[in-house]
Design a protein around this ligand. Structure first.
Ligand code: EPZ
Length: 424
């Protein structure tokens, strides 16, 4: 078993380069099923969710060839099955994109129900609603999404009852080869949805409105391969913003799209953190002892991302005064709080609001990563805490962060990954 060990408190300095965006990468990788040709995808992050996605494709019969550190050739012309077994699909959330892409290409899919971080109820009723609107018969049976559309998927008007990233992506994938124009209303507006739409349009699709709450997909059965580069990961960038701010450091974050970070930087600048924006860089300067408490509400993009809740909590624990996070997306996003309390954090939770009585220095402890972003928060807590923090279950962190230990170490953090023999 491996652990991440951090000796704090740390000061950071220098620059860090952000990797490709996990949630865009997995959408584009599974989107190649619908394209039915050879694609060259670059800037794929070296994370387990991407590696597992590529494995799932290979198990379906796709040819996947690594061309460089972040570059792959993916050829889905010879996919021989529409089946994605639950044993594999259940290891991550995005595997359910195989359903939308397979329905588009084959009119049928049998995909194991997805796994992913456990922060409360994560239904897929809106995905099913979209597939059924396009003419598919969908059964959720024995752990599988079992669907078929006689004569293929048909264009439809879809209105999502809630803003859903995965539902929007799956609806785009399912509609991309259908006859006619599909309209998605109340669509999610995240940058990774725009990235998927751009990729599919490079492949000959005709998708307009991605990034707004109304997306139109004019289906096209003659899609073709393309070369595409994934956008940088805004949540990884946000994580390094908090790392710099909470340790009173000055860090240059490189390879970003400033627009994607605006909801974070505008809110976090209320604390007094100084941001200097370049074309594809962000300089973060902070002295945590001078920062002011702040109230944050997580919202769908372009609101403050729920995926930044745990990391930001570490900063709020360090800022003197009372701050709050109101989590409006996931019902059980605060699972990380008990781990922070083990480090001396004073946090009260009432319904969807966490109140941080900040200003006391956290103390090192042995903690667990309870999900992907909670794990990242534990790393940040180890950077600010007095003493040596040890983090277990780091596989969660490695699902979504490319070389976080090496990146933080290059910024001056006393951090390493160690193997602990299982004492059975
Ligand atoms: C995506 O999850 C991301 N995962 C999550 O990132 C992210 O936290 C989330 O979007 C919100 O931004 C990937 O992109 C692989 P949703 P997803 O569907 O698609 C409800 C990370 O840290 N809902 O937008 O599962 C749902 O319960 C991961 O990188 C329904 O009710 O999120 C939730 O309350 C964690 N019915 C809300 O919508 C549905 O059919 C938003 O969920 C679908 C969703």
């Amino acid at each position: 078993m491996e652990r991440i060990v951090i000796s704090g408190p740390s000061k950071l300095y220098g620059s860090v380069k952000i990797s490709g965006m996990k949630n865009a990468a997995v959408a584009v990788i599974f989107g190649t099923i619908a394209v039915n040709d050879e694609c060259i995808i670059d800037n794929l992050p070296n994370i387990s969710d991407v590696n597992l996605s590529l494995e799932l494709l290979k198990n379906m019969g796709a040819v996947v060839e690594k061309l460089g550190e972040t570059k792959y050739r993916i050829d889905t012309r010879h996919i021989s099955t529409i089946m994605a077994p639950v044993e594999e699909a259940g290891k991550m959330r995005a595997s359910y994109y195989i359903a939308g892409a397979s329905l588009a290409r084959f009119g049928v899919c049998k995909v194991g129900l997805p796994g992913g971080c456990d922060f409360g109820e994560r239904p897929i009723d809106q995905h099913v609603k979209a597939f059924e609107a396009m003419g598919a018969k969908v059964r959720i049976d024995e752990g599988y999404i079992d669907a078929s559309a006689v004569g293929g998927m048909k264009a439809a008007n879809i209105y999502f009852d809630c803003v859903t990233v995965g539902g929007t992506i799956n609806a785009i994938l399912a509609a991309v080869r259908s006859d006619g124009v599909t309209v998605i209303d109340n669509a999610a507006r995240e940058p990774h949805i725009v990235d998927l739409a751009n990729f599919l349009n490079f492949c000959g699709a005709d998708i307009t409105g991605a990034g707004t709450d109304t997306i139109k997909i004019k289906g096209n059965k003659q899609l073709h391969g393309c070369e595409y580069t994934i956008i940088p990961d805004m949540i990884e960038a946000g994580t390094f913003i908090i790392a710099a701010a909470a340790t009173s450091s000055r860090v240059l974050i490189e390879n970003i799209i400033p627009k994607h970070l605006e909801s974070m930087t505008s809110k976090l600048s209320e604390t007094g953190i100084v941001f200097e924006e370049g074309d594809d860089t962000l300089l973060v300067k902070s002295n945590v002892s001078e920062l002011r408490p702040v109230n944050i509400k997580t919202l769908p993009y372009p609101g403050f991302p729920t995926d930044m809740n745990p990391q930001t909590a570490v900063l709020l624990c360090s800022i003197s005064g009372v701050s709050r996070i109101n989590e409006t997306i996931f019902s059980d996003r605060f699972r990380y709080v008990n781990e922070l309390r083990r480090m001396g954090a004073s946090i009260d939770i009432e319904n969807s609001i966490a109140t941080f009585n900040g200003g006391q220095r956290l103390k090192a402890a042995n903690v667990r990563a309870v999900d992907l972003r909670a794990g990242a928060a534990m790393v940040l807590a180890g950077l600010v805490a007095e003493g040596t923090t040890s983090i277990e279950d780091i596989f969660y962190i490695e699902r979504g962060y490319d070389n976080i230990v090496e990146k933080l170490s290059s910024l001056g953090a006393a951090i390493k990954k160690i193997s602990i023999e299982d004492f059975t």
